[in-house]
Design a binder for this molecule. Sequence first.
Ligand SMILES: [Fe+2]
Length: 236
Amino acid sequence: MRLLLELLGWDLKLVFSSSQDSERAYFQRKEINSQLVADLVVEASVQRHSSERVASNTCSLSNDGSVNGRGNCLVAGPGPVLKGFQSATGLEMASEFAGEYEHLHPARASYLFYEKGDFSFFHHDVAHAHVTIILGLSQGLLPLILFPSFGPVSENDVKNLNAIEDLKIESFKSEMSTRFGTRAYPYEIEVQEGHAIAIPGRHIPHARPQQSVEASVCTMCYSFLTPEIRWRTLVN
Ligand SMILES: [Fe+2]
């Protein structure tokens, strides 16, 4: 399996869980066709005109144990290029990452624009983001930081998260380590221009530290949920 993925140009990172002694993929990376990336960059610049700023000052804990993060960035919906990418190359990548080819469905897709000082704090992705794909559309993106060892999040954890003020990358990692010890072991993933990464966005909390320069990505979510038949597009 690993050899096959390497032959396909996939960069599969396997990390061994100390608790269960089982291997598990935290992410996969794939270089995307340069013309497709160029088309997405053009579409992003158009969609940016209709973007909206999303901003939240506090983390909160949902009933299912997920954390809604603090954050600041501009969000725009997809155009035909991103929708096409999500249902073709993106779905192929998400399926490969999940090891699931029949029951994974494209969900939300967006363009995210980070201006200087914007960030996305410790959070889980939305409920239908079992697999999240992030494609870098510019240079200057700070690494995405995963916290695979964090485990269940308590209300006290959320208080500690909300007390962290300095979100620049080194001080953010240092504060996380001071407050949460080995639970906050950071697993950093470079997000390069023209490269897509797949992560288990709902399952593993992650963060993008405060950007020191402007940068942009597009994101695509994929869900294992199987829609009822009345919600599906029927094929003859
Ligand atoms: Fe996320």
